[in-house]
Design a protein around this ligand. Structure first.
Ligand SMILES: C[S@@+](CC[C@H](N)C(=O)[O-])C[C@H]1O[C@@H](n2cnc3c(N)ncnc32)[C@H](O)[C@@H]1O
Ligand code: SF4
Length: 432
């Protein structure tokens, strides 16, 4: 079944690339939608990560943030308004002043009600976090991955982002500043044992953070080799028992906000794609889903800045989904959030939803993946693990697209990373 899904997702993510075709902005939906802002800069590049990221080059960061503001302005001029903002990366907090300036600019033109930003443990200075809160940030998501020092070492995060004990202390100091403090963890890492996972769960429960996102390790096809060389191979047989252990330990005090996100409080959002129909992605290498079409901006940072500076959209790939693909995408995302409400599906799709997806819906019920309640179709516990596998396949398909797009601009990204290394080293020398 996973092989079939893999094939289907790969087909669905086949984009048409045309640099000149997509100069016009898409049509704005009638209600405010979600905004995803991609900040691709990181201090070090973790070997397991398949996101679009480059080493930070302080000399070039301002230009990129200026382009982000301008691109958001282009959407605003086209009638888009944003209710929820998610700034992801890379490391959005790489330059606090630029990030806060960007958030102020979005809030000045849109009725923003929630802002989520991602960060790393070395950026958790309470006085800077207070400034983010004052700028409207409601959710801070901290990438921890594991508290185990040997695993942090394998992930090349120990020296840069701190030991498990240091990360724990920084999280304690960050608590209570935002309505939601989320911690990103990964399970089924190479070398991770059940005892290590138990320790991580124990640490999380002792900290009592508001939200935990526990991702299975997902690696793009093309990154598998390099990752195996640097971090080793994960034992796939441990994935299911590890997920069951996570549910056993977290569910008594946390509610599943999605198959891999666990919240103490209601109304939080984890992934920026669950509830909203449309989302706009700005920045280099950002995906959007607007009016039934998936699109992606260029993965070349230089090209992205040039396009935006000349008043054009950053979109260079687009694909309109068929009605059936949209129905299935809707089903995948809503069930990932735990339930498909009957009234919601009727409002959005009329009778088409139940009729066209009847084979899938029946098969899922017979396999014990879902149960039908009076108000909604809900995932069972067995279904939650199925959805972890399905979403992992979906994100792997997205990662494969990212790798493909990055391959097109490989020379530019390598030159960028080299120049960034030299530039950071010279700043280090001049301030020494
Ligand atoms: C892309 S990072 C951006 C935020 C920040 N730079 C960080 O490292 O947390 C967000 C989260 O994605 C998750 N992630 C990254 N690569 C992953 C992978 N290959 N498999 C599973 N989760 C991954 C990690 O938990 C990470 O914290
Ligand atoms: S995991 Fe975070 S810090 Fe590491 S490379 Fe990916 S985006 Fe950057």
């Amino acid at each position: 079944m996973l092989a079939v899904l893999r094939h289907e997702y790969a087909q669905a993510m086949r984009f048409a690339e045309d640099d000149d075709a997509f100069t016009a902005m898409p049509s704005a939906p009638p209600v405010p939608c979600q905004l995803y802002v991609h900040v691709p800069f990181c201090e070090t590049l973790c070997p397991f990560c398949s996101f679009h990221r480059v080493r930070v080059n302080p000399a070039k960061t301002q230009r990129y943030f200026d382009a982000l503001r301008r691109e958001i302005g282009l959407y605003h001029d086209a009638g888009f308004r944003f209710a929820d903002v998610y700034v992801g990366g890379g490391t959005p907090t790489i330059d606090p002043d630029l990030l806060i300036g960007l958030l102020d600019a979005v809030r000045a033109v849109s009725p923003v009600r929630a802002i989520s930003i991602e960060t790393n443990p070395n950026h958790l200075q309470p006085e800077v976090l207070q400034r983010y809160r004052a700028a409207g940030v409601t959710r801070l998501s901290v990438g921890v991955q594991s508290f185990d020092d040997s695993l942090l070492g394998r992930m090349e995060r120990h020296d840069k982002y701190g030991s498990g004990a240091q990360i724990g202390q920084r999280l304690v100091a960050a608590q209570g500043i935002f309505p939601t403090l989320n911690v990103d963890m990964i399970f089924n890492l190479p070398g991770q044992t059940m005892a290590m996972l138990d320790d991580d769960l124990q640490r999380l429960l002792a900290l009592g953070v508001d939200q935990v996102s526990f991702y299975p390790l997902m690696v793009a096809r093309s990154a598998r080799h390099a990752m195996a060389r640097s971090m080793g191979l994960a034992d796939e047989r441990l994935r299911h028992p590890m997920y069951e252990r996570i549910l056993d330990r977290l569910l008594p005090s946390y509610r599943a906000a999605s198959a891999w996100c666990f919240s103490r409080v209601a109304g939080m959002f984890d992934e920026y794609i669950i509830d909203q129909d449309d989302y706009v992605g700005v920045g280099s290498g950002a995906f959007s889903y607007v009016g039934g079409a998936m699109s992606s901006t260029t993965f070349s940072l230089a090209h992205y800045c040039r396009r935006i500076e000349s008043g054009r959209s950053g979109i260079t790939q687009r694909r309109a989904l068929s009605r059936r693909e949209r129905l299935r995408y809707d089903m995948l995302m809503r069930l990932f959030g735990g339930e498909l409400r009957h009234d919601d599906m009727r409002r959005r799709w009329g009778r088409a939803f139940a009729l066209r997806l009847a084979p899938e819906l029946t098969a899922m019920r017979l396999l014990g993946v879902t149960r039908r309640d009076a108000d909604a179709i809900r995932l069972t516990r067995r279904g939650m693990y199925c959805w972890v596998l399905m979403m992992a396949e979906f994100f792997n398909a997205v990662n494969n697209v990212r790798e493909q797009m990055r391959e097109h601009v490989r020379a530019e990204l390598e030159a960028w990373n080299h120049e960034a290394t030299v530039s950071v080293a010279s700043i280090g020398r001049s301030s020494a």
